[in-house]
Design a protein around this ligand. Structure first.
Ligand code: MUC
Ligand code: MG
Length: 370
């Protein structure tokens, strides 16, 4: 038997974060706390971006579904069901809801890890590395501000790879912005762009050609989620790497994308995948298909970020690094000891379970009560 509690936290960001799908002034975290019959506590996270403008689940719908449907299922579990069996039961009884499922599975892995005295990475097959490269996303909406922010990140040893959020302005303006940043930061600094599905076919052809000529290294989700034919066409047509992000959901559709070679790179997100095991499955599918990997984020706080880090640490190759920077975008700390970002990398904890200690007083103080 497991007891499930949910919390919605609204935390302001350190600056507005402008994307083609939304401008964020705050991030809304959805945290899940599960307590096992023997009293072991595990944490998970089901955070999304911009309400319903990014994913199919909103913070409020996630909380409602967890409270109304997942909680009774977990309470009713008797005997010694393992994580695979619980996942199968939830998948049988609950359609979709990948973000909520990921939060529940994360909390169960945290509990199991604590019970067995092992980090989650080891329960997932074993880590290949103890720390992960982490890029920073420049999204102030202003070219000069972004250049200053990037230089400060490089000087302070925090990040030396940058992703730009584009797609909300005219293609020419977005390209000029990206190329100006690339020029200012120089040859050795990798610049990538995320269009967040904003471009039509003609805009993709024009924009990607100019970005490729301007030295940009990676083009993320340039077109609509379900236009996988266009994604494939762009992958075949251009030398610059094309990455599928929103289009990579559960392992089943990652498999279809891989089979049809619709991308050079997959952004893996634990919540989009529907769980840590499913994210590892996507990693394997990509590896077998010769598709490179990138560790993505739903801009989760510390809990989802470190769960993702455990998953990405198990990938044999992580050619494009990760974007596990979101806790640094938030103005409030929710862990007793903050995550360790050092030398352009995030350390993957070695303690049992997720290896973090959420500050319950802080979480309670930040919890939305209406
Ligand atoms: C996305 O589409 O990649 C990740 C970083 C960021 O700034 O936004 C998210 C979503
Ligand atoms: Mg993206």
């Amino acid at each position: 038997m497991y007891q499930l509690e949910t919390f919605i936290l609204d935390i302001p960001t350190i600056r507005p974060h402008k994307m083609s799908v939304a401008t964020m002034q705050k991030q809304t975290l959805v945290l899940v706390k599960i307590t096992s019959a023997e009293g072991i506590v595990g944490w998970g996270e089901a955070t999304t971006i911009g309400g319903l403008s990014y994913g199919e689940e909103s913070p409020e719908s996630i909380k409602t579904n967890l409270d109304m449907y997942f909680a009774p299922s977990l309470t009713s579990i008797s005997g010694e069901m393992n994580i695979a069996q619980i996942t199968q039961m939830l998948n049988k009884n609950i359609i979709g809801n990948r973000f909520a499922k990921c939060a529940v599975q994360t909390a169960l892995f945290d509990i199991w890890g604590k019970k067995l005295g092992l980090p989650v990475s080891e329960l997932l097959g074993g880590r290949m590395r103890d720390s992960l490269p982490v890029l920073w996303v420049l999204a102030s909406g202003d070219t000069d501000k972004d250049i200053a922010e990037a230089k400060q990140m490089i000087d302070s040893g925090r990040h030396n790879i940058f992703k730009l959020k584009i797609g909300s302005k005219a293609v020419e303006e977005d390209v000029a912005h990206a190329v100006a940043i690339k020029k200012a930061l120089g040859r050795d600094v990798s610049i990538r762009v995320d269009v967040n599905r904003a471009w039509s076919k003609m805009q993709c052809i024009k924009g990607i050609q100019a970005l490729q000529d301007g030295g940009i290294d990676l083009i993320e989700q340039p077109c609509a989620i379900f236009d996988t034919e266009l994604l494939k066409y762009l992958t075949d047509r251009f030398d610059v790497a094309i990455m599928a992000d929103e289009a990579v959901m559960a392992p089943q559709n990652a498999y279809t994308l891989a089979k049809n070679r619709c991308a050079d790179v997959f952004a893996v997100k634990i919540e989009q995948a529907g769980g840590l095991v499913e994210a590892c499955d996507i990693g394997k599918i990509a590896t077998f298909a010769g598709i490179d990997l990138y560790g993505g984020t739903m801009l989760e706080g510390a809990v989802g970020t470190i769960a993702s880090a455990h998953v990405f640490s198990t990938f044999e190759s992580l050619a494009y690094g990760t974007e596990l920077f979101a806790p640094l975008l938030l103005t409030e700390e929710i862990l007793k000891t903050p995550l360790a970002y050092e030398n352009f990398e995030l350390k993957v904890p070695k303690g049992a379970g997720l290896g973090i200690e959420p500050d319950e007083e802080k979480i309670s103080a930040l919890t939305r009560h209406s």
